[in-house]
Design a protein around this ligand. Sequence first.
Ligand code: G1P
Length: 294
Amino acid sequence: MTEITKALLPAAGLGTRFLPATKASPKEMLPIVDKPMIQYAVEEAAACGINEFIVITGRHKRTLEDHFDTVYELEENLKQKGKKKLLEEINRLSHLNFAYIRQGRPLGLGHAILRAQPFVKDEPFAVLLSDDIIDPEEKLLSNMIKFYKELDCPIVALEEVPKEEVYRYGVIAGEMEEDGVYRITDLVEKPSPEEAPSNLAIIGRYILTPDIFRVLEKMRPGKGGEYQLTDALKGLLKKRTIYGYVFKGKRYDAGDKFGFLQATVELALKSSPVADKFRKYLLEIADRIKKDSK
Ligand code: G1P
């Protein structure tokens, strides 16, 4: 069994939901508490032993490369000032390897993944969509890797969502094989609530096998005129079993303004330097809101 050492981080989107903040800087660099959104995904994968990251970027995304690079002047400055903790913090991910490829044209998630084929070659790999922030205390990706090793099949992360929200996701039909593990029988990208085969939505974590590239190569555009990864997985289903793993922990859809704010508040409550002060502040606000609404 080949170990999973590579992760793809698609990051070529225009981030239109966050305009004007994303006019000149990438959505993936928007900070949640004190880290850019994409760093949460990188840390999650690194905690599972993944050390090679392939970021699929586009124009106006250069700060992503700078962020994961060594900043010599900053290091020197922090050293001189004796700021050891900050120095450690900026170097914490320096053992990881990053490669950047450009998607070229915004033709969808499937197209973005296919661009990484020459670098992934014949290995299984993880895909993390950094919009979906998984609470750092949860074990989603490590559980998926564990199942992958057991089952030797591609695995997608699933979440039960309210029926009226299925149109935002890829949705599966499947048969439960054990608690929280489904053998997938069909997949539909962003169905209407009427079309949806279930309320089990694909969330942004996948363990894929390199045979997905063969399907992606032959694909046609799907929903929204884009090459959809969900459609490629449906194609792959004809050849092999694919599993879904239901995540029951905390996920924030930070690709959406409300989810972004939720992630900010929840993660700020956990991050120690400000957590206590912030909790007090939130309680004060809650009080104020209650009084105002009386
Ligand atoms: C993508 C996928 C979709 C999946 C979702 C998870 O959609 O196409 O199948 O459910 O990510 O976040 P996007 O959110 O990029 O539109």
